[in-house]
Design a protein around this ligand. Sequence first.
Ligand SMILES: Cc1cc2nc3c(=O)[nH]c(=O)nc-3n(C[C@H](O)[C@H](O)[C@H](O)COP(=O)(O)O)c2cc1C
Length: 256
Amino acid sequence: MNDKTDKNQNISRRDALKKMGALTATAAISMSGVEALASTVGSSGEAKKSLKVLLINGSARRKGNTFTLLSEIAGQLNKNSIDSEIVNIGSLPVHGCIACGRCHAEHLGKCVFDDDVCNKLLDKMAECDGIIVGSPVYYGQPAGQVLAVLQRMCYSGGAKLQGKPAAAVTVCRRGGATAAFQTLQMPFQMLNMPIVTSQYWNIGYGTAEGEASQDEEGLQTMRTLADNMAYMLKQFSTGSAKRPERERGKYTNFIR
Ligand SMILES: Cc1cc2nc3c(=O)[nH]c(=O)nc-3n(C[C@H](O)[C@H](O)[C@H](O)COP(=O)(O)O)c2cc1C
């Protein structure tokens, strides 16, 4: 497929998605009721941005078990005076990275594919201080659409993610949650993103939608994760230490 055909296909696909109302389909739920960039006045009198965490629901089931776990996190963040927003990845098609390299070559800071949820999430990251990605377990792995979006977000817009505390959450019926959890965390470890932990791996159990609300230990693990995220964000925002300066990146391949 040449570039022209590819471009035309994207345009017609985007139009089709628009007709389906797809571009508004990434329902965002503000848990605090506070506008994303609401400002408060700090003790020193200067305007201070509220701390905010982006929660990505990687399940096509908008009110499924991933949503249940993320809602528990959002509620606990709220108790810690941290804003949050749950964004559903939805059930519409998402692109995988095609390694075209244009995001880097043209310094786009976003993915060349502009017709799915990826760039919207990157825009949101610019106003968020932390990120938690949740996914159902499919065959012992995160759902394909979450991986596709996460890989493109990290590759094209890594600068918006660098240094921000991050965590992964997975939910399953019976098995594979730890493998999926570890997979989701991998990109964070390549982007200098401090990983927030809990009292246990961040996993929950449930099959039918909402069933994870019966997993008391899972819910407690989510609340502890939220407390730890809040603690880390507050420490980072009030601490005196400067973020470390990075050396210019070395990029050596194994085969020369
Ligand atoms: C395609 C597919 C594969 C699944 N694979 C697993 C699996 O490997 N292990 C498991 O315990 N549950 C598996 N499940 C069950 C889901 O992980 C479980 O229902 C989960 O709660 C769904 O989360 P959600 O409600 O947020 O979509 C699978 C479900 C689907 C649809």
